[in-house]
Design a binder for this molecule. Structure first.
Ligand SMILES: [Zn+2]
Length: 414
């Protein structure tokens, strides 16, 4: 930790610790605040913010039954209204980048653009005969990438949904598009035992082994969950440079039964980040809550209070997330030359008391409230100031979101 000034020029950090050279156009007095790298939420479905609380207290099968029924009624306008609410929630809790998996991603991209967050947006891809998308999903993903690839805040990518809806051809075509366009791949992997066993029954292989055999596994790909992995699969993930987005809240709430082998994955050399998953299964997009829970669950599971220290939890939520996105040269920490994506946390907030320098990282990992986030910057541009959105208006976002939620909630099965 450094005590001093942070200078931003052209959206990037130009000095840390001293005032840098010469006068500035604008000086922000950050005394009384901790400047913290923006959080990277490595797995979510932000448009689902309209559905918080719609399928609580049900197992994955019951949860999906409700969601699929509601999904059938969803319009692109609903996706945009939900995405705006979700982006607002993330910005107001200190998240500056997120990795999303959904359809109608153009609507999510518009929400990103409007409110000023950084979006890594994966167009959901599944076998053509299983989708409600018009046309072939992989082709839709490719066109989405072409529409948004030069946007400064939007990084479009292709997102095979999971082995339960994607056959070999879909996985390989998705990989081909990602390689040709130079994008990431993002997908669900080994979230539940049922998923693993059904795939094994169908193919004779566990999902990770099968993906290796068909030639899919490789770098620049981020697998969400990775709860049910064998030692062999952990080695494969590390060897193929696959990143893993750990989503402890969602796994616990849906009663996945297992705990992702985060310690083993890291020991094997794999990069692990943290994701919230959607608010239908979390029910929050706060990375502060996710750090806290990730730490507690791993410590308890392993009977070892020393695993995943506060600093390591903060790294999972920032620099390791940037590594997953292939952007650690540019995002995830406050270093000269990187994008100026950061938050100002109020050190006078009760949840950061006592605000001693040696305890601030611990407070961020274990106790800080979202309410302590005062201001947030993305590429040096203020997007939250004194707990209000700068580029949008929460009252308006909320009003549009509530109207869209009314229609969807009335379509859910009783
Ligand atoms: Zn998910």
């Amino acid at each position: 930790m450094v005590r001093g000034d942070l200078r931003v020029e052209g959206g990037r950090i130009s000095s840390v610790g001293d005032g840098g050279n010469g006068p500035a156009d604008e000086v922000v007095d950050a005394s009384g605040f901790a400047i913290v790298p923006g959080f990277v939420n490595a797995h979510t479905h932000v448009a689902m913010n309209l559905l918080r609380g719609i399928a609580d207290d049900r197992d994955l099968a019951g949860f999906l039954e409700t969601l699929f029924a509601v999904d059938a009624h969803r319009t692109e306008a609903d996706v945009e209204a939900g995405a705006r609410a979700g982006v607002a929630e993330m910005l107001l809790s200190g998240t500056t980048s997120f990795l999303d998996l959904y359809y109608f991603e153009d609507a999510v991209a518009r929400a990103v653009e409007a409110l000023g967050i950084r979006g890594f947006l994966g167009w959901a891809v599944l076998d053509p005969e299983l989708t409600t998308q018009k046309g072939v999903p992989v082709d839709n993903a490719r066109r989405f990438i072409e529409r948004w690839k030069d946007h400064p805040l939007v990084s479009p990518l292709v997102a095979p949904q999971g082995v339960y809806v994607c056959g070999k051809e879909t996985w390989l075509r998705a990989k081909e598009v990602a390689e040709k366009e130079g994008t990431l791949l993002h997908y669900h992997l080994s979230e539940t035992r049922r998923e693993v066993h059904e795939h094994q029954d169908k193919t004779g292989r566990r999902p990770v082994v099968w993906l290796e055999e068909i030639g899919f596994l490789g770098p620049r790909s981020v697998a969400a969950h990775g709860v049910w992995l064998t030692g062999e699969e952990i080695d494969l993930i590390a060897r193929r440079s696959v990143g893993v987005a750990h989503c402890p809240s969602s796994n616990l709430k849906l009663a996945s039964g297992g705990v992702a082998p985060v310690v083993e994955l890291r020991a094997a050399g794999a990069t692990v980040g943290l994701g919230t998953d959607s608010v239908a299964s979390n029910n929050s997009l706060s990375m502060l809550r996710e750090m806290h829970l990730a730490g507690l669950v791993q410590k308890n599971q392993r009977w070892d209070a020393s695993v995943l220290s506060a600093q390591e939890l903060l790294d999972l939520a920032t620099l390791d997330g940037a590594r997953l996105l292939g952007r650690s040269h540019d995002l995830g920490s406050l270093e000269v030359g990187k994008q100026a994506d950061f938050s100002l946390f109020r050190l006078d907030h009760p949840t950061l008391f006592p605000a001693r320098p040696e305890a601030v990282v611990s407070h961020l990992a274990y106790s800080a409230s979202e309410e302590a986030v005062d201001s947030v910057y993305v590429a040096g541009v203020p997007v939250v100031r004194h707990r209000s959105l700068v580029q949008g208006d929460w009252t308006q976002v909320r009003r549009n979101g509530e109207a869209a939620a009314d229609a969807l909630w009335s379509s859910r099965p009783k």
